[in-house]
Design a protein around this ligand. Structure first.
Ligand code: ADP
Ligand code: MG
Length: 269
């Protein structure tokens, strides 16, 4: 990288202004975001931005730093350096709960439904934050219907199929009325039909409730079905960004997935 030129400074200033100005479509902007675990840099000065109402997919080889980036955005991890702007605010030092109140919600890679509670009880939890009495009941009924879980509302969540657990988790996250919903591998291990149902749910939330998404997913067919744009993460930083057709055909992207990056035997240009 070159020294910080006038242009770099401009870009950086604009990033912060774009993310915090009044007439902006930028929903999320990270600025030079860094996360180190001991001496290891998992997130390496990432400038990542998401527009209001878009569906973005985040891909990249195992260990690229996808989950870490998401956890920095939600506040599960504290940033080592850099800033995070969300919905017009600098949320870098905000607690996870404060970020939720600003419109951020997430479904983690590891399922986190309350297995011993019923489906209805699980959905009641996020709705407790926002409503009570009849209004809460109405919201829970609506969430059950939207997640196609009304027929199993009294079932223990731990007894649901994996696919329906994922639907429940997305339903819980969506109950918080987020502007941005982060989903970490929501269709891993699911059947073709279950994947289609999740894709459908994502599109519906996007179209009807204007929820923007960042979805971590490897399967390019699924990505092509839902995403406007794709961001490729590699070794903790953004490697490529663009429409899935371009990304899929990019020989450099194929190379990092094959794990031959930096290999002297590699015959890439
Ligand atoms: P991805 O989700 O892209 O597979 P992760 O974000 O989970 O990758 O991990 C990125 C890198 O950071 C990996 O090398 C991983 O081992 C490391 N890492 C992630 N979380 C921790 C942690 N809590 N402590 C130490 N290293 C971690
Ligand atoms: Mg991960």
């Amino acid at each position: 990288m070159s020294e910080s030129t006038g242009q770099d400074v401009n870009v950086r200033t604009t990033a912060a202004q774009r993310a915090t100005g009044t007439n902006t479509d930028t929903l999320l902007q990270t600025d030079g975001l860094v996360k180190q675990f001991g001496g290891f840099t998992a997130t390496d000065a990432v400038d990542f931005s998401v527009e209001a109402g878009e569906i973005r997919c985040l891909i990249g080889p195992n260990g690229a730093g996808k989950s870490t980036l998401m956890k920095l955005v939600t506040g599960q991890h504290a940033a080592t350096a850099g800033s995070i702007y969300f919905n017009g605010f600098d949320v870098t030092d905000d607690a996870p709960n404060e970020r939720i109140d600003r419109g951020l919600s997430m479904k983690f890679q590891v399922p986190s439904v309350f297995e011993d509670l019923t489906v209805r009880e699980n959905l009641r939890l996020p709705n407790q934050r926002l409503a009570d009495g009849d209004e809460r009941r109405r919201r829970v009924d609506e969430a059950l219907a939207a997640a196609d879980l009304a027929d199993v509302e009294d079932t223990r969540a731990g007894d649901l199929s994996h696919g329906r657990q994922q639907q429940l988790e997305i339903g819980m996250a969506a109950s918080l009325d987020p502007d941005l919903l982060l989903l970490d591998e929501p269709v891993a291990g699911l059947s073709v039909d279950e994947r289609a149902a999740i894709a459908d749910r994502i599109r519906t939330l996007n179209e009807e409730r204007d929820v923007a998404f960042v979805v971590i997913e490897h399967d390019t067919e699924f990505v092509a079905e839902i995403a406007d744009r794709v961001t490729v993460l590699h070794q903790g930083d953004i490697f490529r960004e663009g429409p899935i057709e371009e990304i899929e055909d990019d020989p450099e992207v194929q190379r990092i997935y094959l794990g031959t990056d930096g290999d002297a035997e590699g015959d890439a240009r």
